[in-house]
Every structure is written in C-alpha cells, then in structure tokens.
Ligand binder design. Sequence first.
Ligand code: SF4
Length: 253
Amino acid sequence: MLAEALLQWYAREARDLPWRRTRDPYAILVSEVMLQQTQVARVVPRYLAWLERWPTAAALAAAPVADVLAAWVGLGYNRRALRLRAACAVVARDGWPAELRSLPGIGPYTAAAVGAFAFGRDELPVDTNVARVLERTGWTPAHTPPELGQAVMELGAVVCRAREAACPVCPVASGCASAGAVVVGPRGRPGDGTRRERFEDSNRWVRGRVVEALAAGADLPAGIELERLELAIEGLVRDGLVERGADGLSLPS
Ligand code: SF4
C-alpha cells in the first residue's frame, strides 16, 4: 500500500535528472560519486560535461590524473575522483564485477545504487535520506525494485527532509508512523551535533583551492594563512594528489 502510493507519486512528481534516464553503470557510478558531496543542481552540469569528455570507463581510466583532478575541482574530496578513476581502470580491464564492492573505493551504498539503477537488482541503497524515511515511516519493504528505491530516495530528498517533514502533502502520510509528529531540534545549537563549521574554514576547502590553482597553472591561492596552506599541501602530498618536485608543486601526471 505504502509502496504503491509512493510509486504513483514518483511517477507523477519525480525530478527529471539525467542519471535517471540511463542504465549505463559507468554513468550511474559517476553520478553517485559526484552526489556524495555536492548538491543535485550543481552536479547536473558537471555530470553532463564529465560524460561528454569521458563517455566510458575506459576513457576515464586512460585520462591523465592531472586532467581528472582538474575536472573534479569544486566537487568535493579529490580522493573520490582518483578512486573513481581507479575503479574504472579495473572495469576497463576486467569488466563489471558481480560484486561491485570489490572495486576500489566503492562502498556499500554506491555498490547498491549501481546494482539497483544500472543492473536492476532488488537492492535498496540506503543513504541518509532513505534511512530517515524508513525510520520515520516505520516501513521495512520486503522488496525494493529499482524504481521503488528511487522513489524512497526522492521522498527523503524533497518531502520528508531532515529539518522539514512536509506531512500534509506527503503521499505516504496515511501509512506513516510519524505523520504530523516529526520533531526537529533547533538548528546549530552548540553540542547538539548539528552545528557546522563554515566550509571556508575547513581544511578541505583549502585543499580544494590548492588543487584548483595547480590545475589552472596558477600560483598558490592568495589570502589563506601560510599555516593552513602548508597543512593542506602536506595532506595532498601524502594522499598522492599533489607532487613536490624540483620545480615546486604540481598535480600528478
Ligand atoms: S508523513 Fe511526514 S514523516 Fe511520514 S514520510 Fe511523509 S513527510 Fe515523512
């Protein structure tokens, strides 16, 4: 009953996103890795440009690391780009494995998402949106064909959101254990785990600026304290994302 209502709603209301129009496992993998750190609206153009440049796993596997890192700028952790490329190298060599988690950097969520949306498996990729919907509704679906998994994800993304549950317009309200009763704590109270540091204050942000500058062949970014730059560069070198040579810093070739 809940599944049926959800599927009908999804058929009517689903956002038209480019990765929902394909069953190509490579394209779906790219979208899932990008979506781990970045909002949907920002991912769409980057995803389309990425697939135009590297349309297959083999094409990405053959791309120079520096090009891949440069194309990833602004999409979050650079290591994800390297793992995506490493996974594609395995796929280009051996094909898609039955056990997707055997690919480098592919965790349980991404494996389930590619398994469901590309290979049509009856698996529910449980991200934070899905976990929240299941917890609030009290629903444990026995089977989750790919379309149903997409519908649960969509519900968590646009209706049953972490800080705002739109119960009056929710398609599954009549079967939901929490309908009209979701209590959301105050935002950003110190110590409640919801407060976030500004992204610009994070080491990840500095790392991103350094990679961006190197990809553009520019000097190190201005306006960032030397100490923060050094910390970021040290981490980038340790992770193999930046190389120190006689001529200074560069992206790996
Ligand atoms: S009725 Fe409310 S709590 Fe239940 S799934 Fe819908 S939005 Fe979430």
